[in-house]
Design a protein. Structure first.
Length: 363
């Protein structure tokens, strides 16, 4: 979700440029496979009777963060840089997913940390060569991925590092939107309010998702980012256009709604056994996956070179995705296992439908 904004950094310095379409395709295939396996584990966690790959329920979160998003985002950043060495990050993330599925946890841990370390180095390389607030924020987001992965490898539970991983994804997306917000010309004060909200996200992650101070700090940061993006994002303008521009804007604005909802839920401290599940999936499905849907027609051509086109049926899986979050939130609030299971199946159906429609609609 960052390649289009980093072209100015590409090729600077003396290192050799690289063009590896085969490697990109292989890594993209690993990410898709990791997503399928992570979804399998997620459905297991919801209680669906899926017995294959018994260890995937426990690995659902790490597979999704490192195996899927770690691979995809670090791959896109390596493509944007245009050099060889940053590809070590997506390679390590992809191999970490493969070793996790095989039950080889020690190699998985080493590979995940190695991938995050190279990813931090690549993001720092960009920030030094393209000095801007958004590139600095990209580097901070990547450091949050390394911190969360490192703590998890050291023995912390997924819930204890969830704030770091959520922060990685939220700040990565927010940084991209910050760069595009130049069209809306936010004031100097507005830009520093953005930095304040991002800082609260980092502080909330550091304090801990499970504890009230950390949860409330993170929630305040998410609400602040959602409010800032709703006010300054170019999507506020492009939603009035037609075609792909409107589709992307619709995905962005719907995602900001879920980002704000998650922040408010964390601030209020919803009661019940599924409050953590509600907050986590509202932001990861409602916000992050909506951003993926909105950016997919740009992201995947940048990685693969294969041109994709917008067509109106893409609104169907987008609507299904957000309906699945509504069902998940309702099931969590009402403690209805059937609704929670249905939400998982609906999320899977939305992803599969989106992928099928993108392939069918190829130019």
């Amino acid at each position: 979700m960052t390649g289009s904004s980093l072209r100015g950094a590409k090729g600077q310095g003396t290192a050799r440029r690289t063009n590896t379409p085969t490697l990109r395709a292989v890594l993209l295939g690993f990410a898709v496979a990791a997503m399928a396996l992570a979804i399998h584990g997620g459905l297991q966690r919801l209680g669906l009777p899926i017995n294959a790959f018994a260890n995937l329920a426990e690995m659902h979160g790490p597979l999704m963060i490192c195996g899927v998003f770690g691979t995809l985002i670090s791959l896109e950043r390596a493509v944007a840089i245009g050099l060889t060495w940053p590809y070590a990050a997506p390679v390590c993330f992809a191999l970490s997913a493969a070793t996790a599925v095989a039950g080889l946890m020690a190699p998985m841990a080493v590979l995940a940390v190695a991938g995050a370390t190279v990813f931090v180095a690549a993001s720092g390389w960009i920030a030094l060569r393209q000095r801007a607030m958004f590139t600095a924020l990209l580097a901070v987001g990547t450091a949050m991925l390394l911190a969360g992965t490192g703590f998890w490898v050291a023995g912390a539970t997924v819930s204890e590092v969830a704030g770091w991983w959520v922060g990685f994804l939220v700040l990565t997306i927010a940084a991209e939107r910050l760069e595009l917000s130049r069209v809306m010309a936010p004031s100097r004060l507005g830009r520093w309010l953005f930095v304040l909200a991002a800082g609260l996200v980092v502080a909330g992650a550091a304090l801990g998702f499970d504890d009230a101070p950390g949860r409330m700090t993170l929630g305040l940061g998410l609400v602040g980012l959602a409010a800032w993006l709703a006010r300054h994002d170019v999507a506020m303008r492009t939603v009035r256009m037609a075609g792909q521009a409107r589709f992307m804007a619709a995905a962005m604005l719907a995602g900001y709604g879920w980002l704000a909802f998650t922040g408010l839920a964390l601030l209020v401290g919803l009661p019940g056994p599924f409050a953590y599940d509600l907050s986590l999936h509202a932001v990861l499905i409602g916000f992050v996956l909506s951003m993926v849907f909105g950016h997919a027609l740009i992201i995947f051509p940048a990685i693969t070179g294969v041109r994709l086109r917008y067509w109106p049926p893409l609104y169907v899986p987008l609507a299904m995705l957000h309906l699945s979050v509504l069902v998940r939130v309702g099931g969590d609030l009402l403690e209805m296992e059937s609704a929670r299971m249905a939400s998982g199946l609906l999320t899977v159906l939305s992803l599969a439908t989106f992928g099928a429609l993108v392939i069918i609609g190829r130019r």
